[in-house]
Design a protein around this ligand. Structure first.
Ligand code: DGY
Length: 331
């Protein structure tokens, strides 16, 4: 039986997403989709603007800016946007809301992977593992030395969380067995339910800076959080403190961070996210021994990335059917 394909919703997928999600889209029989056939290069903007013309649904990742220009190019058929990310700073939410476009995203399923990586990055930074392997490999390893490559330990420390959500809680749960003395956090308002799970105390931003031996940034990037980690914050931190960011680079004023690290205002920083991404190899932050930079891999486990692709596919399919999505952003 030939199906009249004109009634089947058209979808554009901006990236070769992991196989489980693609399989779901392919086998649903519910959509006809076109896909940018690479995971190594993002779809060029011009191509994207052409491809979205007239689509009913769009699956994207965080490298695509979903702004008025793109929504205009797509036109009025577009009803559902599904991003394979928990972050949504690449989306113009006001515009999506205005146009009545529903938005799916992928929270929760990546929390474990992101928390694991954050702990790994924290320990890598505080115990200077990158410097240490480099020294071992390149002949810097002389005799055993009493203060060589010393770092800072979690035992008896105060850990501060900037932006307490699911991920902040998951990080604290993992750090607790390292004998952390105290968890503190700040946010736009106290979050007693989450805080009680990890016995964390609500403090001001100033106190967070002053007290934290380890400060982990776990907030979303919004106009309110843009560059809140700046000179003002770093100047209040202890010079033995470690700064960790696995949220979004835009939360940090990078020049101020460079200053704080190079002047010894703070002891070290571990960053999984930067501005821009990729961070050019010539960037001054790469010259610092006390800055560990990862290429935005916090959610990068096979299990999690496949689960994200499945959730993104399901959100899209449910949205196109006019049903509640599994994880839908309230606009
Ligand atoms: C997200 O989902 O927003 C992360 O940055 C990538 O997994």
């Amino acid at each position: 039986v030939r199906r009249d394909m004109s009634s089947v919703p058209r979808v554009y997928v901006t990236r070769q997403i992991p196989p489980e999600g693609l399989k779901l889209l392919r086998e649903s029989g519910q959509v006809q989709f076109d896909i940018w056939d690479s995971d190594d290069v993002p779809v060029p903007r011009n191509e994207l603007l052409k491809k979205v013309k007239g689509v009913d649904g769009l699956v994207c990742v965080l490298t695509e800016k979903i702004d008025p220009e793109l929504l205009d190019a797509a036109g009025p058929n577009l009803k559902v946007l599904s991003t394979m990310s928990v972050g949504f700073d690449h989306l113009s939410l006001d515009e999506l809301k205005k146009r009545g476009i529903r938005v799916g995203y992928t929270p929760d399923i990546l929390t474990d992977a992101v928390a694991e990586l954050t702990v790994a990055l924290l320990l890598t930074t505080s115990r200077r593992l990158i410097e240490a392997t480099h020294q071992a490999k390149t002949g810097g390893w002389g005799t055993w030395r009493t203060l060589w490559l010393c770092g800072y330990e979690l035992a008896n420390s105060t850990v501060g969380i900037l932006g307490l959500g699911r991920i902040g809680v998951a990080i604290a749960e993992r750090l607790k067995p390292f004998k952390v003395k105290k968890f503190i956090y700040t946010d736009v308002a106290p979050r007693p339910e989450l805080a009680s799970m990890i016995d964390a105390e609500y403090v001001s931003m100033d106190e967070l800076a002053r007290q934290s031996d380890f400060l982990a940034v776990c907030c979303a990037l919004t106009p309110e959080t843009k560059e809140v980690c700046n000179k003002d914050l770093f100047s209040k931190m202890k010079n033995t403190s470690i700064f960790i960011n696995t949220s979004r680079g835009g939360v940090v004023h990078q020049e101020d961070l460079y200053e704080a690290l190079s002047s010894g205002q703070i002891a070290g920083a571990g960053l999984d996210v930067t501005v821009p991404e990729p961070l050019p190899t010539s960037h001054p932050l790469f010259t610092l021994d006390n800055c560990v930079i990862l290429p935005h891999i916090a959610s990068a486990s096979y299990t999690t990335r496949n689960a994200m692709s499945v959730l993104a596919a399901n959100n899209l399919l449910l949205g196109l059917k006019g049903e509640p999505m599994i994880k839908e952003l309230k606009l």
